[in-house]
Design a protein around this ligand. Sequence first.
Ligand code: IMP
Length: 429
Amino acid sequence: MPLNIVIGAQWGDEGKGRITDLLAAQADMVVRYSGGDNAGHTVTIGDEVFKLHLIPSGIIHDTANCLIGNGVVVNPKVMLHEMDALAKRGIDVSPACLKLSENAHLITPAHIALDKAREMQRGEGAIGTTLRGIGPAYTDKASRQGIRAGLMANPEELADAIHTHVATHNEVLTKIYGADALDTDAVAAEYAAYAQRLAPYLVDGSILLDEALRDGRSILAEGAQGTLLDIDHGTYPFVTSSSPTAGGALTGLGVGPKQVGQIIGVAKAFTTRVGSGPFPTELSGSIAARLRGTGENPWDEYGTTTGRPRRVGWLDLVILRHAQRINSLTDLALTKLDILSGIPELQVCVAYELDGRRLTHFPTDLNTLARCRPIYQTLPGWHEDIMPIRTFSGLPANAQNYVNFITDQLGIPASIISVGPAREQTISF
Ligand code: IMP
């Protein structure tokens, strides 16, 4: 069985945790390959809501082993906090079930302090990061001064590395940003304690996955963020610092392209975005409030990681075509179709208008994107409650028409449609 990849096809928050949870039932391993605890994956099982930031959603299944791959940046404090919270709910988080690649990089308090200081300095031009230290951790990785998780197996080297790391970043924090210096010894002591608990989880992730694939086991790669947050293919600079796209899955795990089977693009039936930057189909007013929800439910459009209200808009097929091309999507998983029930007319953006020209490709240059106006196709809505429906043919004709319109435009089939927040509120093909 190959490596199947779940990818966010929009700006993140598409419901990847939910789709991963469904597919994890048939997978032997569930792995994370990019990002860090900036992700927020919500999985609802019965009355229980699990919100995970770092540990793969597959951990909730006792059949799947989980790996945090080399492409991830790991805050060990968050990892341990999530492990403890899961253990309290009876979920096995022992090294038999959960593993951490020794080539993943650690996030430290210095990275978090730098993330905050840089965002403050950007002022009006702030990226709107999650302030989890993600960008500075990847910066250190790329400039070859990061701290790999593998050092946690070697307490002396780890202590030296943390001392140098904090002292170096204190210079920048105090002299460039006027921020407080961190206590080097305190951070070293804190990380020594994390290392003691996490060292047994360390593995060579690439070898582990290679052995699994040779044994015929199936691997599900759980994407974080989304295609438009990709550092190369997203809306730079309003992006994250890693590659959440299909290519990132391969480098973030150490697996070759021939191993890949399905590449499932997860898209909401409308569009959302957190943070700054242009958003051609953005809505305001009553429809926006309707799509966003009140914030009382865990599935309303408020950030799982930050609690910020998300920006909302109509579905944008220019974005989905971009995601399809960048990732070679084989399938579409469409989430939150139920949220559109009761809206009399639905708009779907099929192209952009730019200086009198029709654009069907997504421009990743921000100034160009900011000048694009959406060209909509209006589709009739449906008023029925679709949450109890479990078959495609059972959906109201206009809901079927909405889905068919999207898949026809993208040229890929829908393999999953979610019609409610719970695991079972799903139509599978
Ligand atoms: P960072 O990843 O914290 O550096 O944030 C960079 C940008 O990516 C900001 O606009 C964040 O709001 C956005 N972002 C990061 N992670 C997620 C996510 O899981 N969902 C949606 N947006 C995200």
